[in-house]
Design a protein around this ligand. Structure first.
Ligand code: BJW
Length: 237
């Protein structure tokens, strides 16, 4: 294992699975219970806003009770102790990375603990339910707040910052993601293009496995702390 100057880490739902949050595409995943077209598209929201708000209100309540696991904690330790740059790009809308202490973090698919005003585009911290009667604290309009999450067909957050980091990285690590949702699924190609080492840490081989130079398969709470330990040890030697 070499020393790296700049590490980009892409995380997905598998990282939070052992904290008690469901993934999307596993057998007992969220998309086995809900049709994504109904709850995770702007069109679904237009058709039935009440259903979509209820779906995210329930998930917000689940998120309020969870704690970061050993994998989130190991990634926060990596950022604090690694002598090079470390950026986490998470597809997860849960707050577990920041609860673990990560600071250099992009929530590319938004955050469940925030509301977005569809009228004035401001984002607000949120702990309560959003309803059709909720009022935007910025513009004062009623019925315009929605969950601050990125649905299919919408542009993920901070794409320029993400691509800049990937194009400057020499290690790209993908953790707990099936590699089926773009643009995140394409990041590994970009990293390969600039000559970065690419590593997958996942329960099982993902859809994008052929693009990873290295892979370690197992539960995130085991493989992530072990991999972080190796990176830190290598950097110290
Ligand atoms: C464990 C574990 C354990 C389990 N330990 N591991 C190119 C080709 C085809 C289509 C497209 C394309 N480009 C764009 C599209 C359209 C679309 C798309 O990708 N569709 C595909 C489904 C085909 N993409 C979009 O619409 C995106 N926007 C976009 O592209 O804008 C245009 C644009 C962007 C940039 C540049 C130029 C143009 C937006 C996508 C938004 C996704 N939103 C969701 C919902 C968010 C809110 C919510 O949470 O409800 O985001 S969908 C859902 O999937 C969620 C996730 O973040 C995302 C990824 O899922 P993830 O994290 O990979 O979870 P799973 O369940 O799939 O996988 C879990 C993995 O963990 C598995 O592998 C397990 O084995 C593993 N695991 N337990 C370790 N203990």
């Amino acid at each position: 294992m070499s020393r790296y100057n700049s590490i980009v880490i892409l995380t997905g739902a598998g990282l939070s699975a052992e904290s008690g949050l469901h993934t999307f595409r596993d057998k007992d995943g969220i998309w086995a219970k809900y049709d994504y077209r109904e709850v995770a598209t702007p069109e679904g929201y237009k058709r039935n806003p009440k259903l979509v708000l209820q779906f995210y209100n329930e998930r917000r309540k689940q998120n309020a009770d969870v704690q970061p696991n050993a994998a989130h904690l190991a990634l926060a330790r990596l950022e604090a102790e690694y002598p090079g740059g470390v950026l986490i790009v998470t597809q997860n809308i849960d707050p577990l990375h920041e609860m673990a202490g990560s600071k250099k973090l992009v929530h590319m698919h938004g955050e469940i603990m925030k509301a977005l005003c569809a009228a004035c585009a401001t984002r607000h911290a949120l702990h309560d339910d959003i309803t059709l009667k909720s009022v935007c604290p910025s513009c004062g309009r009623t019925g315009v707040l929605r969950p601050d999450v990125v649905w299919f067909g919408e542009l993920p957050y901070e794409m320029e910052r993400i691509y800049r980091a990937i194009l400057g990285c020499d290690l790209f690590i993908s953790i707990g993601t099936s590699g089926t949702v773009y643009p995140a699924a394409g990041f590994v190609e970009e990293a390969l293009r600039v000559g970065a080492h690419t590593v997958e840490l996942n329960l099982e081989p993902s859809h994008g496995i052929s693009r990873f130079i290295d892979a370690i398969h197992g539960p995130a709470t085991e493989v992530v702390p072990a991999y972080v330990e190796r990176l830190l040890k290598r950097a110290r030697s």
